[in-house]
Ligand binder design. Sequence first.
Ligand code: X8Z
Ligand code: ZN
Length: 596
Amino acid sequence: MKHPAPLLALLLFTSCRPGAPTAEEARRFVDAAEADLLTRANESSQAAWVAANFITQDTEALAAKANERAIIAGVRYAKEAVRFDNVQLPEDLARKLKLLKLALVLPAPADPKEAAEMTRLAAALEGAYGKAKYCPGGDPAKCLNIDDITKIMATSRDPKQLLDVWNGWHSIAPPMKKDFARVVEIANKGAKELGFADTGALWRSQYDMAPDDFSKELDRLWEQVKPLYTQLHAYARWKLREKYGKDAVPESGPIPAHLMGNLWAQQWDNLYPLLAPAGADPGYDLTAILKQRHTGALQMVRYGEGFFTSLGFAPLPPTFWERSLFTRPRDRDVVCHASAWDVDNVNDLRIKMCIDITADDFNTIHHELGHNFYQRAYNRQPFLFRNSANDGFHEAVGDTIALSITPAYLVKLGFIRKAPDPSKDLGLLLGRALDKVAFLPFGLLIDQWRWKVFSGQVTPEQYNKAWWELRLKYQGIAPPSARGEEFFDPGAKYHVPANVPYTRYFLADILQFQFHKALSETAGCQDPVHRCSIYQNKEAGARLNSTLEMGQSKPWQDALEKLAGTRQMDGMAVRAYFKPLEDWLIEQNKGKAVGW
Ligand code: X8Z
Ligand code: ZN
């Protein structure tokens, strides 16, 4: 422990105390930290790439080790950065020091044994999820991977089969529970050493505002969009009740989770054929069109790239096409959950995805490429600023582009001959809402659960109970049968075992509607915003790029102002986009129960 300086000396010499840190020293410290962290980040990305593409004990161990080195360095710099807390610094330097203190997901404690244990368990959890399969009846010849299960959940209308695969996939998670709880425990110790109450408090402090204000901001955004969600939920429940019967779906309570066309009931667009409004169906099915045209996985990605280049972005580098993974390999386990990478933090862009020829994956490709084009746009920033304005921005870019996949755009691709007339807009809006509006509460609740877990408000003995309480509260969804603590249902969702924060997707679901509106205005679109596509519009592309290239160099409010002309996230952009649908839903739901 350091001896306290005598009071007098402190009063006299505060500004020229020998050893008092200077701005010059801070600059040297940050420069060195940036160079070192870049090297470690790249090393860790390479190891993580190989581990995710070839899940084996050895790749997992190597990835854990590289991650451990990167995290330990990150924590060391975060602790050292505190030394400059009271030094007057230029804005960019102050921001870099702040980012050094905050930009960690799983902080390791000082104890090297615990740091190693945490990264080992984290790598094992992601690997376990990646290689998970459900083998009906325990028959190894009948095993279903996540792609198979996704397909069944999307297309089967047999409630028994849906229940079976739902239960089957959720059975992969209980073995992960112990390791997950231990990761929480160690990361919390690391967070405390950095001065945070727990890891959740660290996550919430990454938004250029006080962490408590950020929580309130989320509540505000949710209240803005909730009326629309509730109407959509009521309409879906009514239609599902017609389809599956009164015993399967309640009149006024929550909807059973296995009937929503998606394993996690997070997006409901696969229910569109059951819910389509009579007389307002646009009359085309993108999945069917892609299949009829024999579109391959590579071609799907080419279409995505084509959208970005039409806006003025340079094509993806040749290495993208050489190094990406587009289809599930037959002979090994891979983490198939879609992701985008920038392995050297400059131009080594890649995606890793097991593409299926569906409209869902067509959208997801645009989502992933949004990450890649963002990464390249900010690659001339100093390393600590090579990130999105906030993590919601990173998730929103590709989705913003995908909002421009309108009938008029599909005509330009030659997929349909003529755009359906505006009387079919309701069908289009409903299809979009089943994806975007349905997702909002799900996007919010995962971290509401995790934050309670990190804070200790929810202990491992209450994990599943707390999970289903939140799914009921926000989504109005219930498990198909009782789910006690022998289950670990959050673990059946990739981002929980993979420790990926999730609030970013909720933010993105709001932000993309603000981005789309602003860019459509830039493009001079006079139509209702849901019919606007910014395809081939260089002005919109330039506006988007000017925000992307800022990276994280400024608070996200500045980036939002540049892109959307406002400093506030605003759920009313979602409400405005879907206004004709909301009016229609209210009409449809007249005399029926709304809410749960
Ligand atoms: O995980 C993803 C992307 C990769 S960043 C495919 N998403 C969330 C999910 O799948 O749960 C995109 C939408 C939400
Ligand atoms: Zn993403």
